[in-house]
Structure formats: structure tokens, C-alpha cells
Write a protein that binds this ligand. Sequence first.
Ligand code: UT7
Length: 337
Amino acid sequence: MVNNPTTQTPKRRVILVGSGSCLPDKTLTNQDLMEIVETNDEWITTRTGIRTRRIASDGETTATLAAEAARRALKDAAMDASEIELIILATITPEMVFPSTACFVQDMIGAQNAWAFDLSAACSGFVYGLSIAQQFVSSGRYQNAMVIGAETLSRITNYQDRGSCILFGDGAGAAILKAANSGPQGVMYSTSFSDGSGWTALNCPAYGSRHPVGQPLEDAAMTKMFINGREVYQTAVRRIVELVNECLEKCDLNIEDIAMFIPHQMNARIIESVGKRLKFTDDRIFINIDKYGNTSAASIPIALDDCRKQGKLKSGDIILLVAFGGGLTWGANVIQL
Ligand code: UT7
């Protein structure tokens, strides 16, 4: 693990001015999964908190979902796509090997003045992206940036593995950050970590440079996501607790100062366990995994948008976004709205 975050003193404020999300209409319920693998609704709901997930239809791709989330975020921010200067798109299910999904989205929404790139950090992609965007905007280099998390995980889910296929869903979420000289503090702190030695816990080995298309695979399942669920579960709880404590310390905040804890929706039990350890009251933990499952990089921006649209956040509130995922990667952002 290599990372030494320092206390950050933003040169200018970087405020959240809009959010949007897009979920496919098609659902995959626990009952549907019972027809695919040997499982049951009771096991899935008690072990994960998930009841249903959204699945992309044939015409839907990571870029189309991302573009729609981006359009909704622009509408929310009352901005035109031509005003956007930077698009960072986090995904592990890109449109194609290259060009980047971010470039497809730039074209789809007409953000001709933006530069755009993809970020691969699995479930931590959105918090990593927000951290990068914060630096560009706070330094004065750009006035604004759009950060998107978008996935079509159903395309790399192993529907023969009951231990993982029950978890994942598709969707996209987007947020727009803008420079400000007054008002809320905006992004107060961001922190990011990686530990590449943990890559075996969560991965999708083919196809890439190590296992190129055309070469025989030892196992056909190598084109699908593999997770060591139990290992990830335990490490995630530990790392998320550490992240929250670091954020509180660096921002000089108490747990009561956090109006809403919006974690990566990986498993309701993980979130509840973290919440209990940190003594977050239930009304200050946002969970929507029951509706959408685990959507990796898309889960935090979808949850953020869902939480805002449900009227659970008000101006001045401090929110805490926290993620853990493949890489291994983990990170957090503290934002005053
Ligand atoms: O966002 C990053 C990616 N997400 C993750 O990596 C997820 C993190 N991990 C988890 O969410 C949980 O570990 C899981 C939900 C994946 C699994 O829950 P668990 O409580 O850790 O279960 P387990 O893997 O320890 O399995 C317990 C039992 C096993 O049976 P035995 O060996 O005790 O007889 C499994 O075979 O549950 C069985 N099992 C199932 N039973 C019914 C595993 N999957 C299922 C299933 N339905 N879908």
C-alpha cells in the first residue's frame, strides 16, 4: 500500500452543482435468479440486502447509460454540455477496448469543449474521479468538471456462480463540480488508496494483454467477474472504518457532523456493520442496494442522486462518500453541499 494523503487546503471552493442518474428499465429480481442458480430470496436478502437489480437491454451500453445520466446532471445544474471542460468516467465495463467510454459520452452529449478520459478503479472509480476533478478545479485550471460512474456489469457477471451473480446490476450516475469563491465549502477533503497485491480478490482476467482474444483460456469463466466474497467483505469493513476516521480527523469533524454517509452499495450487511462500529444513526446512512444491487463505479453517484432526489439533503449538509473495491482500491470524499 502506498499513499500518504496530506491535509488539503483548496485554493478555491469546488462545489457540487448537479447530479443525475440513469437505470435501465429491465429488472432482475431474486425470484428471477432462483430460475438461473440454486438460491433463494431469503438468503439473498438477509446476506446482501438486495431485492432487485437493473439490467441493460440489448441497445443499452455503458456509454448510453452514462450519457443519459450526464444529460440529467446538466439539467439539474442548469448548464449546457458545451460549458463542461473535463469529463472523467469511471468504469470497469467500458464501451470497447478503446477509445474511452468518456470520449463516446463527450460526443453523445455534445460536450465539444471538454477533454475526456476513463478511469479504472473498480468500485472506487467515482471517489477517485471526484478527487482528481477536485484538484483541477481547486487549482484554477478549470471552472468545472463532470465525474461519471457507469457500468454494465451484467455483461461480465458469471450467472453460473451463485456466490457473485446475485450481487451485480447496471446503471450510471453523474455529478458536476464547479469553482466558487463563496457559499458552501464544497469538496472539503478527498483521500485515495491502492494495494495491487490484493488483485486476486476481485478481477476479470480476460480479455486483456495477459489473456488476449484468440488464445485459449484455462477456464471460460475468466471472461467473467471473479470475487472472493468473504475476503473482500472483511477487508472492506476494516478499510471503510479507517477511511471514515481519517476523514473526520483531517476535516476536524465528529460523526454527528456528517448529515449523510453515502457508501458504495456493495452489501447492506457491510454498510450496517460499518455504521454500527462508527455509531452512525440509521437515518444518516443511505442504502439503496435493495433496488439496484452493486453497480460498482456507478453505485455512489446513483446513491448520491437518489438521496438528493428523495429530499434527504439540504444546503450546508456535510456528506461522506466512501468506496472499496477491486485493485484493491479504496477512497473517500467529504463534501459540504
Ligand atoms: O463491490 C465489490 C465486490 N463485492 C464483493 O466482493 C462482495 C463482498 N462480499 C459479500 O458481499 C459476501 O461475502 C457475499 C454476499 C458474496 C457472500 O456472503 P457470505 O455471508 O460471505 O457467504 P459465504 O460466501 O460465506 O457463503 C455461505 C454459504 C455457503 O454455503 P456453506 O459452505 O456454508 O454450506 C455458500 O455456498 O452460503 C452459500 N451460498 C449461497 N446460498 C444460497 C453462497 N451463495 C449463495 C446463494 N444462495 N446465492
